[in-house]
Write a protein that binds this ligand. Structure first.
Ligand code: PGA
Length: 255
């Protein structure tokens, strides 16, 4: 089974509308002229999604929300639903990013509800897991990852069913925005662990189809080495996705 690599840019709370459109136009121009052996995705702030969707047009660039609520509508001031994301042009949604977990108190249980809601609406979830530096130094990395997977994908586990398009992302918290990247071997070890977990819970077909992205200080200089690892199927990129030059270089990691 060959998995098409996915290069995903998480813009977080950055850029203004003009910069967002310039960035996506530059990515689109590059993709139009280059061969498409990778999938490319951007996750803009909510207010830019419609305009970004208009700009990407039929280029094949995928769009994700950075978060969503688990309910489909209701009295949730400040929240956004899976349907609203889809209605503005998203096919994917990032769920359980460590910034959501650590800064906004999202628990695995909340993430589990969101994963279920996203799938009910036909959005592909990109579910993030990752350990802190303290957890790594105490030798708890695999326990933490296993618990996060078990709890944030509990609904799917109970039904023994995961769509093959589901995306997981291993993002060690100590590597996000810090300039410290996990070594390719450190990342591969955790990706292989996640793949084994998928196999155990969902069987070999799902384990071989689900893409597992690495995230945490991915840059043009380290992308190729990370991507050369057997179980690393793409990258979830924060800082380096905000500039067309560096993001496009990562898309071309293989050239
Ligand atoms: P970074 O962020 O590339 O800036 O480290 C990655 C992420 O948070 O997804």
């Amino acid at each position: 089974m060959t998995r098409t690599p996915l290069i995903a840019g998480n813009w977080k709370m950055n850029l203004n509308m003009g910069e967002a459109i310039d960035l996506v136009q530059a990515i689109k121009a590059d993709i139009d002229v280059s061969k498409k052996d990778v999938d490319v995705l951007v996750a803009p702030p909510f207010t830019y999604i419609s305009e970004v969707a208009r700009t990407v047009d039929k280029s094949g660039i995928l769009i994700a929300g950075q978060n969503m609520h688990w309910d489909h509508s209701g009295a949730y001031t400040g929240e956004i639903s899976a349907y609203m994301l889809q209605d503005t042009g998203c096919t994917h949604v990032i769920l359980g990013h460590s910034e959501r977990r650590n800064l906004f108190g999202e628990t695995d249980e909340i993430i589990d509800r969101k994963v279920k809601a996203a799938l009910e609406r036909g959005l592909v979830p990109i579910v993030c897991v990752g350990e802190t530096l303290e957890q790594r130094e105490k030798g708890k990395t695999f326990d933490v990852i296993k618990d996060q997977l078990n709890m944030s994908l509990d609904n799917l586990k109970k039904n023994k069913s995961m769509p093959p398009s589901t995306v997981l992302a291993y993002e060690p918290v100590w590597a996000i925005g810090t300039g410290k990247t996990a070594s390719p071997e450190q990342a591969q070890e955790v990706h292989a662990f996640i793949r084994t977990w998928l196999n155990k819970n969902f069987g070999p077909n799902i384990a071989s189809s689900v893409r597992i992205l690495y995230g945490g200080s991915v840059k043009p200089t380290n992308a190729a080495e990370l991507m050369s690892q057997q179980d690393i199927d793409g990258a979830l990129i924060g800082g380096a996705s905000l500039k067309a030059d560096s993001f496009i270089k990562i898309i071309h990691y293989n050239d």
